[in-house]
Design a protein around this ligand. Sequence first.
Ligand SMILES: Nc1ncnc2c1ncn2[C@@H]1O[C@H](COP(=O)(O)OP(=O)(O)O)[C@@H](O)[C@H]1O
Ligand SMILES: [Mg+2]
Length: 224
Amino acid sequence: MLPDGRTLFSGVSFRVGDGAVVALVGANGAGKTTLMKIIAGDLEPVEGSVSRSGGLGVMRQFVGSVRDESTVRDLLVSVAPPRIQTAALEMDAAELQMMEHDDEKTQMRYAQAIADWGDAHGYDAEVIWDVCTMKAIGLPYERAQYREVRTLSGGEQKRLVLEALLRGPDEVLLLDEPDNYLDVPGKQWLEERLASTRKTVLLISHDRELLATAANRIVTIEGG
Ligand SMILES: Nc1ncnc2c1ncn2[C@@H]1O[C@H](COP(=O)(O)OP(=O)(O)O)[C@@H](O)[C@H]1O
Ligand SMILES: [Mg+2]
């Protein structure tokens, strides 16, 4: 149900089996992104329910067209598991406080934030992110992390997030138009990665070749 009271879709029912790659297709405005947001838990369905098991990684449709001042690190943190997101936010807050105060309490907070980053496997994530930034933009994470995402091309933004999700710990991935902005080699790379991944993937795409080569099953959503 949309804010204006129109019903976008109803009677949707499907299951994505363990390790399957399932594509969600439909015309522009059919409700694919909305359905994905419901599955991701960003939106509440008016009726019905979603059940899933395993950690969930989500690539939202805006990746590829980031225009704000967020950094590569921010983007990688935003697609990381919740415990890493929480630890990263606390580290940022503690660092900021360190710049303003240099008292013992602030130093303790900072030391704790660093310890928590380790406990949340933040350093392990940074090792993976280093591979991701090398593959996507040819820079080590140490140098790439402060770069603004808007200085990356659309294809580089997509590739970076896809690398992070496909190499990351989440077992279930939701990908909203992952192939948009990718060039031909980028699409081929994605096709190969989707064919070989052991993760469970639900993806939205308009690309016939990607659908033909990578999807085990196709779910069509018809608007109205
Ligand atoms: N917050 C909202 N308010 C009003 N209309 C919305 C909102 N979100 C989505 N819509 C409308 O719902 C329809 C489906 O949108 P979306 O799920 O993004 O489609 P798709 O991803 O299939 O192209 C569109 O007509 C869109 O304009
Ligand atoms: Mg969409």
